[in-house]
Structure formats: structure tokens, C-alpha cells
Design a protein around this ligand. Structure first.
Ligand SMILES: *Cc1c(COP(=O)(O)O)cnc(C)c1O
Length: 366
């Protein structure tokens, strides 16, 4: 075992050392670092809702009405009406019987996947699935199978040879590449082989679909997906994760999902802000914000607000990020293990609160 200093030096030698940078405001379009104002192309606040007056007021009111903390697990202390209202709204948007919320998306994956499958089962994951899905799959004890990114032939082969209950896990918008999964084809395959499908809509909620509920809504496939997962920490401008599914699955999760059972419920204000965000999502204002966002995406020829610029080597990606920083743009460099080795990149994320001139300036700087 290496000492922490040795481990850190080794990371540094490989160009993989990460450190924290203090900021004084998190949301786009601007961010302030050491009194230096930058245009922020690094947040997942796709609709700028984290600063929206309706969310701020809803959260403030919830603090006044309920206080700052939830004080215990929902199974111990009683389950606050706000969480139930939020879960009803999520289920209605997702066209499912029920939903369950968690402290964040990571805790959602860690709690749900091991409750859905176990030792004699199989999980089939897209190679580029988010770290929380991979960690949760490992924790479940099920046999883990990986298919190359969006490779339907390989997925079909794995389905054909899988044992026990089989759960396919993929994302609608991939978090580091900004591309979409071929959802209709994956649904056909899951039906053909009698597998279950968990779709993580972390980056598509707020962005895609006639009411902003994501890719499954856009394609009219919500009722064919067993588990629709997501986070309220990105386009919904708040925090929290959820899983939407049938009543029976959700009741099972209430009994089995350890990150739900053994954790204090999130602050009431978090649920109140999420409820306010969902209200905006389905309103004309939400539709307008989505239209603005998608028109900005088109300036990059991108179907989603995640725009990767693959660079290759870690130090070159970092140098490019520092270069943009000096020109007034916050664009993070993303390295292994977040993305495969040799594919270090700049990751630009767009928000409806960016302006066309801000984007033009960035394009020029790139
Ligand atoms: C961000 C993210 C999560 C985790 O959600 P948090 O609420 O941030 O914990 C899960 N899945 C994907 C694909 C994500 O991008």
C-alpha cells in the first residue's frame, strides 16, 4: 500500500491529479474565481433554474414551514408530505404508477440496482455508463457484462447468453459524450429477450421531450421502460435523485434500497425546489427555455447541451482548459478514469442562460 503522498505523486506524474477550485457562484452564465469573472461552460444547470426566483422562493418557504433538516429516515420519523407530492409529480411526468426519491442520483443508483438484481442475475451495461451505475452494479453481486458503447449487436449477444433476471442499464444522454442511446432499438431487444431496462435520464430531463421529461418521453417509450432514473441536481436546479417504476417495484425499493432506508431524508427545501422546477418544466416558460437551449446546441451541431472536444492526452487537455480560462471561459478538462484513457477532452456544457454572443466568443477561442 502506498502512502497518500506517494499515491498523489503518482497521480501527478500521470497528469491525473485533481484538486478543488473555490468559486463564489456556481451557476451559468457567469462564475467568479479569485475575483476573476468567467463565462461558465461547466455546469449542468441546463435551464439556469438553480437561480430561478420560483425555486429560491419555494425553498425559502419550505425552510420557514418545515425547518432546515428532515431529522431522520422517512421510514423512522414519518414521511413528509412534500416528498410524496414530489414523487407523485415525477411519476405522473414519467407515466409510471409510482416513484421514489433519494438524496441524489448516486444514492439512487446505489440503493436501487442492488435491490433489483442479485447474485444469480445478470446486469448488462453500456461501456460508457456513469460511475454510479457501475459501482451499483458491482455492489449488487450480479454477473456484470459490458457492451461497447451503443453496440446493439453485442447487446443482443449478451442478452442471448445471460442467466437469471437480466437488467440492461444505459443512459439517454451520455454524460461525457453528449450523444444519445438508440432507445427504440434497446427497447425492442429488451422485449425480445424478456429483460428489464433501467434508463438513466440524468442529462436529458429538462432538455428533451415535449414536456422536458427526457428521451423516453420524446420517443413515446416511457411505458416500455421498467425503471426511469434521474437526478434533480442538473436541469432541475435543485438536488436529489429518483427512480420511477411500477407500484410494486417502488414498494420493494422502500423495503430494500439501503441508501433510502439507512439515510436521513434530504432537506424539505430540496423537495420544494424540485417541485417548483417540475412546474416550470411543463409550463410555456420551460418550453421556451428548452427551445433557447436547443438553438444554442445547434451552434455546435450538437443534439444535446453536452459538447465534447476530444483532445487525447491528459496534459494537452489541461493546457487547453487553462488556455480558455485565461481567455475568460470556464471549460473543464475531463480525464481518465472519468473517460477512457487517450480520450481526454474539453467538456463544454450549454445552458439556456447563455447568450449567442457568449457562444460565438467561445467558438472563436476554441
Ligand atoms: C450526475 C449523474 C448521476 C448522479 O446524479 P447526482 O444527483 O449528481 O448524484 C447519475 N447518472 C448520471 C448519468 C449522471 O450524469
Amino acid at each position: 500500500m502506498h502512502s497518500p503522498q506517494e499515491a498523489l505523486s503518482s497521480l501527478e506524474e500521470k497528469g491525473l491529479l485533481r484538486s478543488l477550485r473555490q468559486i463564489s457562484s456556481p451557476s451559468p452564465p457567469k462564475v467568479v474565481i479569485n475575483d476573476h469573472e468567467l463565462i461558465n461552460f461547466s455546469s449542468n444547470d441546463y435551464l439556469g433554474l438553480s437561480q430561478h426566483p420560483a425555486l429560491v422562493e419555494a425553498a425559502s418557504k419550505a425552510i420557514r414551514d418545515y425547518g432546515t433538516g428532515s431529522t431522520a429516515s422517512r421510514l423512522v420519523c414519518g414521511s413528509l408530505d412534500l416528498f410524496h407530492r414530489l414523487e407523485e409529480q415525477i411519476a405522473s411526468g414519467k407515466k409510471t404508477e409510482a416513484a421514489l426519491t433519494f438524496a441524489n442520483g448516486y444514492a439512487t443508483a446505489m440503493g436501487t440496482i442492488p435491490a433489483l438484481v442479485g447474485k444469480n442475475d445478470t446486469i448488462i451495461l453500456d461501456k460508457l455508463a456513469h460511475a454510479c451505475l457501475i459501482d451499483a452494479a458491482k455492489l449488487s453481486g450480479a454477473t456484470l457484462r459490458i457492451f461497447p458503447h451503443n453496440d446493439l449487436n453485442k447487446l443482443a449477444k449478451l442478452l442471448n447468453s445471460s442467466k437469471g433476471r437480466t437488467l440492461i442499464v444505459t443512459e439517454s444522454v451520455f454524460s461525457m459524450d453528449g450523444d444519445l442511446c438508440p432507445l427504440a432499438d434497446i427497447v425492442s431487444l429488451k422485449e425480445k429477450y424478456g429483460a428489464l431496462l433501467l434508463l438513466d435520464e440524468a442529462h436529458s430531463v429538462g432538455v428533451l421531450g415535449p414536456n422536458g421529461h427526457g428521451l423516453a418521453e420524446e420517443l413515446g417509450l416511457q411505458e416500455k421502460i421498467d425503471f426511469q432514473m434521474g437526478t434533480m441536481g442538473k436541469a432541475l436546479g435543485s438536488a436529489g435523485g429518483y427512480l420511477a417504476a411500477s407500484r410494486a417495484w417502488i414498494d420493494l425499493l422502500i423495503n430494500k434500497a439501503r441508501s433510502f432506508i439507512y439515510s436521513t431524508a434530504p432537506p424539505p427545501a430540496q423537495a420544494a425546489a424540485s417541485l417548483a422546477a417540475l412546474k416550470i418544466l411543463v409550463s410555456p416558460e420551460g418550453a421556451e427555455k428548452r427551445r433557447t437551449l436547443l438553438s444554442l446546441c445547434r451552434l455546435f451541431d450538437s443534439p444535446t447541451p453536452i459538447v465534447p472536444r476530444i483532445i487525447g492526452e491528459n496534459d494537452e487537455a489541461i493546457a487547453a482548459s487553462i488556455n480558455l480560462f485565461k481567455k475568460g471561459f470556464l471549460v473543464p478538462a475531463i480525464r481518465y478514469p472519468t473517460v477512457p484513457r487517450g480520450t481526454a477532452r474539453l467538456r463544454i456544457t450549454l445552458s439556456s442562460s447563455h447568450t449567442v454572443p457568449q457562444i460565438s466568443e467561445l467558438l472563436k477561442a476554441l
